[in-house]
Design a binder for this molecule. Structure first.
Ligand SMILES: Cc1ncc(COP(=O)(O)O)c(C=O)c1O
Length: 442
């Protein structure tokens, strides 16, 4: 394989276990990660694992969490392009390629997003030789737009913020009418589910080896597209006692109670139940306040130097949700809560600058207070139990409300009420792996 040719990238299995990649390609990919992020061989670095094959993670210090349970955070910042969203972007594109639906030189890729997926799409399209248009709200952190443009995609902006993602979907449906355009529809397409169930889910299971009792008691994830939370399906398959928790902004509690509103946690809380969200395995919906995530990020950046740079705002949301659930479920020192930091601090400087402007003074005293109030005194309010039939019905209804208007059939949504639907969608990763190997000549 030469570097100027677009390589067909990794299989799902290789993203989970990069040590199964052809050793020469693996070696080239490891070098490219350090030398040239736009070398297409970097497709083979899409993985939670480092050079040594270990899942990149931190176990949070108890001085930060204030709970006995171990909170294990998997780190998305080390993925190519700086967030794990590059995984679903690649998976959706490669499935389209091997199915013959997306052809290089012929099709332009559309990426509806609030940022990281758009960054991932722009990056992947650069590496794989496609033109790309990222459709996103015009009020997200400026670091996001800069990166998308650096990777070469065009921007098509819709008004608003995170909570106005529905407008990006409507715009995508409009652009899709042009037969040249092919959307990577992260809210609707199953490669996002397959990537996270197989790659993130199994990596989470590996991440707790040697920690506490080596099992996962709880997994928390704040859905944007609800791709990441699919890891919960795999975790539950291996540890049936595990509780899967969807986190939402307190200010936009759509799953919990149909609430709608603006909030500051970029990447999550998109005012909908996405089509690919398997609500059958969602045990709880828990609300986290947006200001606590932004202030919590400032506390971590200032007071926990060993964690500096590793998290963004939604990472803090996932961590605060993990702390709440450890308290709510009364977990002890043997128990592990796993969660995800989708990206790192590199795209949130402007968010903390804005916080400083709003607060006027962030003194040591203020940081002490935030640390105490947000972490040490985290409470268990706003935890909603969705294990019963009523809870499931509520979430099915939300999904119908959100997706019937886009032309999906009632029968398709009804099929999603059975676990068989999800298991069979998941199993298709094996067929895609075969097709990818065939196309690239093994
Ligand atoms: C920063 C950030 N956090 C969390 C998420 C949510 O992840 P998912 O879309 O897999 O639910 C996203 C999605 O784009 C994101 O960008």
């Amino acid at each position: 394989m030469t570097n100027n040719k677009v390589p067909f990238g990794p299989t799902y299995e290789e993203m989970l276990n990069p040590d199964t990649i052809n050793p020469q390609i693996r070696q080239q990919a490891i070098q490219a990660a350090e030398q040239n992020e736009l070398d297409p061989i970097n497709l083979f670095n899409i993985s939670w694992k480092d050079k040594e094959g270990q899942v990149r993670k931190v176990v949070l210090p108890k001085e930060l969490t204030g709970v006995d349970a171990n909170i294990v955070v998997m780190l998305g910042t080390y993925f190519p392009s700086g967030s794990h969203k590059v995984g679903p972007a690649y998976s959706t594109l490669i499935e389209g390629c091997v199915d013959g639906e997306i052809l290089p030189g012929e099709h332009t890729i559309l990426g509806p997003s609030t940022g990281n997926f758009g960054i991932g799409v722009s990056y992947i399209c650069n590496l794989m030789g496609y033109d790309a248009i990222v459709i996103m709200p015009d009020n997200m952190s400026k670091e996001r737009y800069e990166r998308i443009q650096r990777y070469g995609a065009k921007l098509d902006l819709t008004p608003g913020t995170e909570s106005d993602v529905i407008l990006t979907l409507q715009r995508t449906y409009e652009l899709k009418k042009d037969p040249k355009n092919r959307p990577l529809a992260q809210f609707e397409l199953m490669p996002n589910y397959r990537f996270h169930r197989h790659v993130t889910g199994n990596s989470a299971i590996e991440a707790v080896k040697g920690i506490g009792n080596g099992r996962v008691a709880c997994f928390t994830s704040a859905p944007g597209s609800a791709g990441t939370i699919a890891a919960g399906d795999q975790i539950k398959a291996v540890f049936p006692e595990a509780k899967i928790v969807a986190l939402e902004p307190y200010e936009c509690s759509t799953l919990a109670n149909g609430g709608l509103g603006q909030h500051r946690i970029e990447g999550i809380g998109d005012k909908m139940c996405t089509l690919i969200h398997n609500v059958l395995t969602t045990d709880f919906v828990t609300l986290v306040k947006d200001d606590e995530c932004v202030r919590g990020l400032q506390v971590v950046q200032e007071r926990f130097k060993e964690l500096t740079g590793l998290f963004g705002v939604s990472g803090l949301c996932n961590i605060l949700g993990a702390i709440k659930m450890a308290k709510y479920l009364k977990l002890g020192p043997d128990d592990n809560v796993v969660t995800i930091a989708t990206d790192g601090f590199d795209r949130y400087n402007s968010v903390l600058e804005e916080l400083a402007e709003r607060e006027l003074e962030v003194t040591d005293n203020v940081l002490d207070r935030w640390y105490r109030d947000i972490f040490m005194e985290a409470d268990t309010r706003h935890v909603y139990d969705f294990r019963g039939q009523d809870g499931k019905e509520q979430l099915f209804k939300q999904k119908e409300h959100d997706w019937l208007p886009f032309g999906y059939a009632q029968e398709y949504l009804d099929a999603m009420k059975s676990m068989e639907f999800w298991d069979s969608e998941y199993e298709k990763y094996k067929e895609y792996d075969e097709k990818i190997k065939e196309k690239r000549g093994k």
